[in-house]
Design a protein around this ligand. Structure first.
Ligand code: GDP
Ligand code: IMO
Ligand code: MG
Length: 428
């Protein structure tokens, strides 16, 4: 059975991109199934660092086809500029190795303007979205008034439909005394993008059916994280899609019977960007130490927005929950190298909420905000682990830490990242 689904087990930015790239080396197809350019996936290959927002990470592997599935929301202008940027880094992109689903939805400047307006109107309660128009685009999709990628193949009709959408958004913006969209400029830019992207558009359902029949191996590249899922995340501080394993099935149009592996990627500590509760968050020196100063590309500053990520101890309650909702067959941990030098490390093994011990996060945000982590303390290690390539190269304390995480969520660890570069992986 040929499909591996890679999903984030925390609040996004776990290092999914680098593990998708790792698995993609043995696969024919890498497919994104949800979200849009709110994602930022970093892959370090030799001296080159690639930052992917829309284009699946598999594009970096010659011979791998990258598919953008029907569950995505795609800004065609951002897509083109990302293609340009990757080409300038030497990546070859053509309709031979990049396919966009004709059923995916389009993010328009109306969605971006409305995302900004909504966040502004939320004031202190703002979600801290990436302002890429994600929420409004999914709202139009489920409201049955969105524009699909297939519409870009008839540019005249596309221009008409887009003009109408932008005029509707301008009426809302005007009523809220916000700057208006320049409809003529935006439509010209989108029509140009539509013409350039046309050769990449396909019915990906038919494509998958054929390739799976031939036995092609597929990596499904999750974006965001399980705790940002619109159903299972800390609602309303979530994204507007299902970045969990179920989303891969609906977001690509393949059956669950093809799936052989669900890999949960988790950072060896915890981070979150944007609003909402994070029980193990550390303010002060320890949090700053986990975050890094921002001098290194792997420090905890957003790939898409540059925002400081909130950092804290590893939360096994969250991981246990992610394992349950996704059905993880394996875990991959990243950034073990960042934990070198800590005297001791803490893991939240349960929460106390209103005097009760709980093993899973509560369904409401209000209760999650009350959660007090119950910590287990483990000895740290002082050695630099970035050169480790086999489990035997790791200090015993690091192996114990990995083993304890695996026990706490009852999922075996497949591999651990000890640095951002493709080769810096310890496989178990
Ligand atoms: P994604 O959105 O889940 O793909 O993750 P991001 O790319 O947004 O953030 C993860 C960051 O950690 C990136 O800068 C990666 O280069 C970096 N990274 C991934 N794995 C490791 C690791 O094992 N060690 C270190 N130091 N950095 C890592
Ligand atoms: P990757 O794929 C981390 C967060 C935003 C905000 C919330 C809603 O790189 O892991 P949205 O723009 O989606 O409406 O924002 O979700 N968010 C992410 N946080 N990594 C991401 O993607 C994220 N994509 C969205 O910060 O809190
Ligand atoms: Mg990211």
């Amino acid at each position: 059975m040929p499909m591996s689904i890679v999903v984030g087990a925390q609040w996004g930015d776990e290092g999914k991109g680098r593990f998708v790239d790792w698995l993609a080396q043995d696969c024919e197809i890498v497919a994104r199934f949800s979200g849009g350019d709110n994602a930022g996936h970093t892959i370090a290959l030799g001296d080159e660092v690639y930052k992917m927002h829309l284009i699946p990470s598999g594009i970096l592997n010659p011979g791998t086809v990258a598919v953008m599935g029907n569950g995505m929301v795609i800004n065609p202008v951002s897509m083109l500029s990302e293609m340009e940027r990757l080409r300038s880094q030497g990546v070859e992109i053509s309709p031979e190795n990049l396919i966009v689903s004709d059923r995916a939805h389009i993010i328009t400047p109306a969605h971006i303007a409305l995302d900004k307006l909504k966040e502004y109107q939320r004031g202190d309660e703002s979600i801290g979205t990436t302002l890429k128009g994600i929420g409004p685009a999914y709202l139009d999709k489920v409201g049955r008034s969105g524009l699909r990628v297939s519409m870009m193949t008839d540019v005249e009709e596309f221009a008409e439909d887009l003009t109408e959408k932008l005029a509707q958004a301008n009426a809302i913006l005007e009523a809220a005394s916000q700057p208006l969209i320049d409809v003529e400029v935006a439509v010209a830019e989108y029509v140009d993008a539509a013409q350039q992207l046309r050769p990449y558009i396909q019915d990906t359902v038919a494509y998958f059916a054929g390739r799976l029949h031939e036995g092609a191996r597929v990596v499904c590249e999750g974006a965001q994280g399980s705790l940002l899922d619109v159903d299972f995340g800390s609602y309303p501080f979530v994204t507007s899609s299902n970045p969990t394993a179920g989303g891969a099935i609906t977001g690509l149009g393949v059956g669950p019977t093809h799936v052989s592996q669900v890999l949960g990627v988790a950072k060896a500590f915890n981070t979150r960007v944007g609003g909402g509760p994070m029980p193990t968050e550390l303010d002060g020196e320890l949090g700053d130490r986990l975050r890094g100063t921002g001098e290194q590309f792997w420090d905890e500053f957003g790939t898409t927005t540059g925002r400081k990520r909130r950092c804290g101890w590893l939360d096994a309650v969250i991981l246990r929950y992610s394992a349950a909702i996704n059905g993880f067959t394996h875990l991959a941990l990243t950034k073990l190298d960042i934990l070198s030098g800590f005297e001791e490390l803490k893991i939240a093994v349960a929460y106390e909420i209103d005097g009760q011990r709980v093993e899973y996060p509560p369904s409401t945000n209000t209760d999650l905000a009350k959660a007090v982590p119950i910590y287990e303390t483990m000895p740290g290690w002082q050695e630099d682990v970035s050169g480790a390539r086999t489990p035997d190269d790791l200090p015993q304390a690091a192996k114990d830490y990995i083993q304890r995480i695996s026990e706490l969520c009852d999922v075996p660890v497949l591999a651990v990242g000890v640095g951002p570069e493709r080769s810096q992986v310890v496989a178990f």
